[in-house]
Every structure is written in C-alpha cells, then in structure tokens.
Ligand binder design. Structure first.
Ligand code: ADP
Ligand code: MG
Length: 550
C-alpha cells in the first residue's frame, strides 16, 4: 500500500549528508582547521592575532589556544579541536603538530577515496601505520639521565622555541620550570611522578620576564586586611578559615525597631561582643596568621591587629586547598573547632611589594613540595604568552622526568618514521600498503612545514633530508630542518630535543581522529535550535569566522 511513499523517520528540518558528500565536507572542515594553525609551526612560525566578539585581543603562536579562541562549529572541525586539547592535557606540547598531521592525513585520503579505495581499508591501514610509527619512534628514542643531564632544560627550551618570548626570557622560564617540577616530583614505582597542578602560577604586571621568580612556598595575590598589621610573621601558625568572620546576615529581611538610644547601645554592644568572640577564639588557638576564604569584618580586623595577628581575606577556594596541603592546616568552618593542632606551619608569612601591588608570601612550609611561580612581564600580552610558554615548559619537563625518554626534533623523527614506514608498507602489501604509504608521506608535512615557515625551499629540503637519513651514516638520523641555519643540520647537536611522549601522542591522536572522520559516511544534524536530540551536532554548515571553508 505504501509503495512510492517516502518513509520519514527523522524530524522535519533534519539535515542529512551522505557518502562522498559527508566525506568531502568533513575533510574540508578538518583541513581548514589544520590550515589555520599551520603557519605557526616551529620556531619561525608566525603569530596569530585573535579578536573575540567583545574586542579582546589574544596574540599567540600556541596551536591549542588559537583553536580554542576560534568559534568552531563544524562537528568534524570540533573533533580536531578535541585532539589538540587532549594533546595539550597529556603533553603540553605538540598540539599544532597533531592537528597538522591529522589535516594532512585527511587531505591525502581524499585522493585515495577518489580512486575508490574504501574508507575501511584506509582506516585499517592507518591503524597499522600508527602502531608501527610509534614502535619506530620508541626504537629511535634515547634515554635521558634525569639526575645528571642538562637535557631536561634543553627539552624545556625546545618546547618554548615557537613562542614569541625572547631568548633570555626562555632561558629564565626553562630554568624556573625545571626547578619547580623537580621540587614537586615524587618517587613512585621506582620512577618519578610530577603533577604540575601542584604548582601555583601567579602573574604580576611590571618588571620583565627575567624577573620571574620561583618561590618555595605559596604566593597569594592578596594584601593584609589592615595596614597596621605586622608585615612579617615568623614561625607562622596559620588558621585556615572558610567562613565569614562577620555577623551572619539573616536569610529573611528582619527589621528591628529600636525606640530609645539605650536600646541601640545595647544592640551595638551585642554585635561587638559577637565579633570580639570570633577574634578571641582565633587568638586562643595560638594562631598568628588568619587566612580566610570569605570576608573579615572591620571590627574583627581591628581586634586581630591588636592581637598581633596577620590576616588576609577573600582567598580563592583552590588556593585555600593548596595552602592546606602546603602548611598542614585543616580548613575550619566552625571556630569552636579551632585548636592549635589544626593550625598550619610555615617559617615566614610576609607581605611584599611586587610592582605596584602587595602580595602575601608563605615560605618555609611544612611540606617542602609546595612551590609557586610568579610570572613578571611588561604588558598583559607579554605575561599571558609567557604563561603559555611556561605551561608548555612545565608540562614537557614533567613528562620527561616521568618517562626519561626523548627524540630528536626539527622533523628528524618524522623523516626517520616516514622512511621506515614505507619499507614496512611493502611488507604488508595489498590495498593497506597504499594507506600506510600515505601515512608515511603525511608525516613529512612536519619537516615540510618547518621549512616552509622558515622561507626555505621545501622540495630541496625534503630531498636532502631523505638522502641524509637514507645514507645510514653516523648520526644521519638526527638530521632535520635547521631553520636558523637555513639548511639541513644535525638537530641533536643543536639541542632540539623533545619528549618521546609528545611525538607518540601526536601521532596516535592524529591517526585516531583521521580514522574517525573517514569512517563517517552519514551525517544527520538536527535543525538548528531544535531542542530535541540533546548532543546532536549543530548542523553541517560553515564554521564561524573561518574563511575558505567548503
Ligand atoms: P607544536 O604545537 O606542535 O609544539 P610548535 O610551533 O611548538 O608546535 O613547533 C614544534 C616543532 O618545531 C617541532 O617539530 C619541533 O621539533 C620543531 N622545533 C623546535 N625547535 C626547533 C629548532 N630550533 N629548529 C627546528 N625545529 C624546531
Ligand atoms: Mg611546541
């Protein structure tokens, strides 16, 4: 009976893109993302200036930052953004590389798809290739003696080369990053573990990046509540309080009618007594420093000052937790619980003037693993780019301290992988061979882009590089794109070294996202603004703010 009548299973307005169209649209979107960050790759990469809808400006060279700032809408493009974020979380570096490799894999896939190679064959080939590439990487990696060698600092410097931060500044940041991570690293299972979340990073405009300082302790961007309080407290006993030291406001709007002055006096005296009691309880515990997450009433501030107690208030919750960890203090909500054994300990709590503001330094903490970094810089843009550079440095240092393995950068590792993968492809044979060869060629995009961004001849560079690597001479596998020398050079002797994990992760995630995108042959998108479908991708349309799409 129903013959000839279409069967509708989707809501009206739902957009469906199928087969080759779905592939083309997804590949175009992914490539657009890769193209957006490609020109930033490497030391000679350019910066991007991004202006958001509020007119705020970000100038950066950092792949993941650029992608986060772009208002990306296309679902496939969003998947690429996800790998950049994963890369950033796992390794702190290699985000641009991961995205560029993914883009190249997809671009090259398109040619094979046109030749009617089935996406499943490509996906299989990529899976084989990625596993093999990671094995090759591991074989060409070398061990680093974490205790002795200065390699750790070199790795931190390599991670920061692309950033628009001067060379002296990078030296300083690398130094600070290495010391900070070493300080917080702990022994675990025969190796070391370093969680950079344990490091507090504060910024203060003024001075320059070389004034950036590592503090063995905690820095709070807070001044003492009352200038009459002593600026320095030694042998600090710290009360960590997460309630307001004020008269509690009632939930309901209560009105008190006062008819004669005596009543008013009495009322005020009662208030005073309550506040005095708060200060007394703190004093009785033996504390000489109060750190409060909420506000401290003026009167309490006054009493504390008289009692010789140093106090700061409205401290961020996460800082409260870090202080607890560093000083051994217990967070107190009810002041009746405050006992001397719950106080934190530090050698010194001190207010220092940094540029034009006063900050509180808690040093000589009970737990020596508490460290903070105070980033300095002339302007806000300088500081935020320095912060991103420092983040990368901290992360790669922690990665290399944990793994103890490195590979040579500047495209050297990628070329070596490409050559070895091609040899491997021949042993696999069949149609998968094509996919593995494609994968090998896609890896060459890293040295090609490094050369291109440095204004070098890409074809010449690639040929010289390959010849060098195939020559099997001593150290030949360390040759890469010498962007400062404008020729192919031994990158290891140039100290261009990266953690093994950065490269492994970049290749694994690039292969994964490319495979995922290739396997999609049907895109069904709910009508924009339609409430149904929960997490349905937001239309297959264009990508906000990115030209040249589709
Ligand atoms: P990513 O976000 O991928 O880390 P970068 O812009 O930091 O992007 O560039 C990283 C690439 O630059 C890596 O391939 C790295 O080996 C290379 N590189 C870093 N320093 C140098 C250098 N001094 N000479 C040549 N290549 C370098
Ligand atoms: Mg980098």
């Amino acid at each position: 009976m129903l013959a000839g009548q279409p069967v509708l299973i989707l809501k009206e307005g739902t957009e469906a893109t199928k087969g080759r169209d779905a592939h083309s649209s997804n590949i175009a979107a992914a490539r657009a993302v890769a193209d957006a960050v490609k020109s930033t790759l490497g030391p000679k990469g350019m910066d991007k200036m991004l202006v958001d809808s509020l007119g705020d400006i970000v100038i950066t060279n950092d792949g993941v930052t650029i992608l986060k700032e772009l208002d990306i809408e296309h679902p496939a493009a969003k998947m690429i953004l996800e790998i950049a974020k994963t890369q950033d979380d796992e390794c702190g570096d290699g985000t641009t590389s991961a995205v560029v490799i993914a883009g190249e894999l997809l671009k090259k896939s398109e040619q094979l798809l046109e030749q009617k190679v089935h996406p499943t064959i490509l996906a299989n080939g990529f899976r084989l290739a990625s596993a093999r590439a990671i094995k090759i990487l591991s074989n060409i990696s070398f061990e680093i003696n974490i205790e002795k060698s200065d390699m750790v600092k070199k790795i931190a410097l390599t991670a920061m080369t692309g950033k628009s931060v001067g060379i002296n500044d990078r030296e300083k940041l690398a130094d600070v990053a290495e010391k900070a991570v070493r300080q917080i690293s702990k022994k675990s299972n025969g190796g070391l573990k370093a969680d950079i979340e344990d490091i507090i990073v504060e910024k203060k405009q003024g001075g320059s990046i070389v004034d950036t300082e590592l503090v063995l302790g905690i820095i709070l961007d807070k001044e003492r509540v009352n200038p009459m309080m002593a600026k320095v407290i030694t042998n600090a006993k710290i009360a960590l309080i997460n309630r307001a030291l004020e008269i509690k406001k009632t939930e309901i709007d209560a009105k008190i009618q006062i008819r004669d002055p005596a009543q008013l006096q009495k009322f005020l005296r009662e208030e005073e007594k309550t506040l005095r009691a708060l200060a007394d309880k703190i004093k009785a515990s033996g504390a000489n420093v109060v750190i409060c997450e909420k506000g401290i009433d003026d009167l309490v501030q006054h009493y504390l000052t008289n009692d010789g107690i140093f106090a700061v208030h409205r401290v961020k919750k996460e800082d409260m937790e870090k202080i607890a960890k560093a000083t051994g203090a217990t967070l107190i909500t009810n002041l009746d619980d405050l006992k001397s054994n719950l106080l934190g300990k530090a050698t010194t709590v001190e207010e220092r003037k940094i540029a034009n503001s006063d900050m509180t330094f808690i040093t000589g903490c009970k737990n020596p693993k508490a460290v903070s970094i105070l980033i300095r810089g002339g302007t806000e843009h300088v500081i935020t780019e320095a912060e991103r550079a420092l983040h990368d440095a901290l992360k790669v240092v922690s990665v290399v301290i944990e793994d103890g393995k490195a590979v040579v950068g500047g495209g050297a590792a990628e070329i070596e992988m490409a050559i070895k993968l091609k040899n491997y492809a021949a042993t696999v044979g069949g149609r998968e061979q094509l996919a593995i060869e494609l994968f090998a060629e896609a890896l060459e995009i890293i040295p090609i882009t490094l050369a291109e961004n440095a204004g070098m001849d890409t074809i010449d560079t690639l040929i010289t590089l390959k010849n060098q690597h195939e020559s099997k001479k001593k150290n030949s596998m360390n040759f890469g794109v010498g962007v400062y020398q404008n020729k192919v050079v031994d990158m290891r002797s140039q100290n261009v070294i990266e953690p093994l994990r950065v490269k492994t992760q970049a290749i694994a995630s690039a292969a994964e996202v490319a495979t995922m995108i290739l396997r999609i042959d049907d895109m069904i998108a709910a009508k924009k603004g339609a409430p149904s479908g929960g997490g349905a991708p937001g239309g297959a349309g264009g990508m906000g703010g990115m030209p040249g799409m589709m």
